[in-house]
Design a protein around this ligand. Structure first.
Ligand SMILES: C[S@@+](CC[C@H](N)C(=O)[O-])C[C@H]1O[C@@H](n2cnc3c(N)ncnc32)[C@H](O)[C@@H]1O
Length: 244
């Protein structure tokens, strides 16, 4: 039997363009946020400095596509979201991660790409660092929409998630291989938005968390990752976890 997942190493737009119209049930993904920092120099810097404070010294590789300014990011997002809407069948789902800074632009881009915006699902991180005189920034967000009308049916899913981000000392399938890796358990819940056996796409696969979650939950998955080191790392993780 062939593996329930595939991973392409290349650019998401080019990859989506090769996929058949109406061929997938959902896109569940985590695009580069192009967020963070107070200054443009923060945004254009090394992602290891931005996400870990350990430029050049973090054991995990840098990644690309995270340095567009606000307008360019929104424009680029709308481009790939439009192509994703072609590939996902009518009534299918788009769900993507974002942070508080990019939330307004993300919901605009989703709609510019042709999707019906359906809501926001907070991912709350209980271990975020509090700051004096400030509200704790301990949430990221899942923005979701559908490709036109979606009939009711299938699983009832939560309206929020409470989970800590992967840590450097996590092991096995939960091992931290990517700076912005999402919790496997959250992704295992998200993929249940489609029926078992259906196809989920992740154009920005990183360490392959969506693909692994999909496979573990009996869904099929196809992903794309631009950075060769992350693509190789994701393949190794999937092979190891699924013995494929
Ligand atoms: C936020 S990370 C995804 C992390 C992933 N959710 C995980 O749990 O490991 C976004 C990924 O998109 C990749 N990327 C950036 N631009 C891309 C592009 N144009 N096409 C495909 N992948 C891209 C980056 O290299 C990065 O690994």
């Amino acid at each position: 039997m062939s593996a329930p997942w595939t991973l392409h190493n290349g650019d998401a737009m080019g990859w989506l363009a090769t996929l058949e119209t109406d061929s997938a049930a959902a896109v569940i993904t985590d695009p580069p946020y192009s967020s963070g920092g107070m200054l443009r120099s923060d945004r254009t810097g090394d992602t290891r400095a931005k996400y870990s404070g350990l430029k050049n010294r973090h054991h995990i590789s840098n990644f690309s596509g995270d340095n567009r300014d606000g307008r360019s990011w929104g424009y680029w997002m709308a481009l790939w979201l439009g192509e994703a809407a072609r590939v996902v069948r009518p009534g299918g789902v788009l769900a993507m991660c974002t942070d508080w800074r990019q939330l307004p632009a993300a919901t605009d881009a989703l709609q510019a790409g042709g999707w019906v915006w359906r809501g926001i699902v907070p991912w709350i991180k209980p271990d975020a660092r509090p700051q004096r005189g400030r509200f704790t920034q301990n949430a990221e967000f899942l923005v979701w929409g559908t490709n036109g009308p979606r009939p009711f049916g299938g699983e009832c899913l939560p309206g929020y998630y409470l989970a800590r981000a992967p840590r450097n000392n996590d092991r096995g399938a939960h091992q931290r291989r990517h700076l912005t890796q999402k919790p496997l358990d959250v992704m295992r819940s998200l993929v249940q938005i489609v029926e078992p056996g259906e196809l989920i796409l992740d154009p920005f696969a990183g360490a392959g968390t969506t693909l692994l979650a999909a496979a573990l939950e009996g869904r099929r998955a196809a992903g794309c990752e631009l950075h060769p080191a992350h693509a190789a790392s994701a393949r190794a993780r999937l092979d190891e976890a699924l013995q494929t």
